[in-house]
Design a protein around this ligand. Sequence first.
Ligand code: ADE
Length: 442
Amino acid sequence: MPDRAPARPPAAKRPARGRTGQALPQPPVPSQDELRPLAVAVAEGYRRGRRDLPWRKVRDPYAIWVSEIMLQQTRVATVIPYWQRWMQRFPSVAALAAAPLDDVLAAWSGLGFYGRARNLHRGAREVMASWAGELPSSAAELRQVPGIGPYTAGAISSIAHGERAALVDGNVARVFARVFALDADIKASATGRVLWEHAHALMQALPASYAAGELNEGLMELGATVCSVSDPRCLSCPVAAAAQCRAAAQGLQSTLPVSRAGKPVAELPVLHLQAVWAMRGQQVVLARRRPEGLFGGLWELPSAASLPAAAAVVGARVEGTAAVAHHDQILSHRRLRIDVWSASAPATLGKPQDPSYDAVRYVSLEELSDLAISAATAALLAKYKDAPWTSIQKPSRSSPKGTQRSSKGSASSATTSPTPTSPRPRRARPRASTSSSTTRTR
Ligand code: ADE
């Protein structure tokens, strides 16, 4: 997964553009003398108000790397227990590199956006192979590790090593848009370059008595706790209090930043898959995606573009003439729709008959929480656990029409593996078809 947007460091060429795409003249980057009071206000605010977070008690670059990757697209409160468990399970780069991908993805299960876990794992293996197991210290060298982009490199080198390296993530971009009253579209790549120029200049202006990490974490802390998207709390903001925020001074905090709306959900292309649901007692057949590619390394109901192809993955025989369940989900650039068909599979499964998968097996419902399961399959399994469907067929009732982009919270909760269920007898249900909740994941 790419590093956090806007991730492009400066190589300014084209002017930043506004909501309608027109070029906007942006105020020049202020001088160091002008920036110093802002840098001091941010670092002082951090000293006074920093949250007591577990990764702030350590200076281990690996631990900070893990925290920064987990914090991408995920709230602090969610990350804390995952980070703590992760550091016990994989306490070093070497431990992470030595672990099988299955274990790494299982430890990530519930955080969503599994590409981050795959990249961490790949990065750890590269650090073992090319850096003798020790993460390099400078931002420039960190960038050479797979999965470490400009944001993460700046975070690790400044927090763990005190390098005067800048960073910009989504929160910092919003803070800068307000503090500097930048009214170009913050999602545009040209604006990304402008934001990075401001970040570099601000870091240069930071007096030597402050650590680089205090400025960077101070900016992130402001974005996370005060300078929020819809309800900036300017009255408690140390930057506004020091008269260093142009938006607050001009009453623009609610209109900035300018951000071009994403593509409406209805316009996203649909990836329509057929999946088979083959149970034996309380065990269901799952297939594991090859590590590379979409959903790599995750276990899911065997699926393919056509039903015969999905059944062929495990040599299953489809039962019935209508799907028993449906799942709709918003991916980054696509809508995913899965129709689930009841099927019977051989008691002994061979190799998967589809190159997208590298393993197939029966998994008992109790075992599911130990596996890294795709968000779609997790949602379907949770739904089944809640209200088991039978092979009694009814026409489908759901359609992707009602699909909504869901919040961060629901995206991560939908990726949580269901808790183990005790075996219970199947019962006939009035509804044979179900549509699982929509989630947005990558
Ligand atoms: N978000 C991502 N990294 C962070 C950090 N180090 N401090 C606060 N919020 C963050």
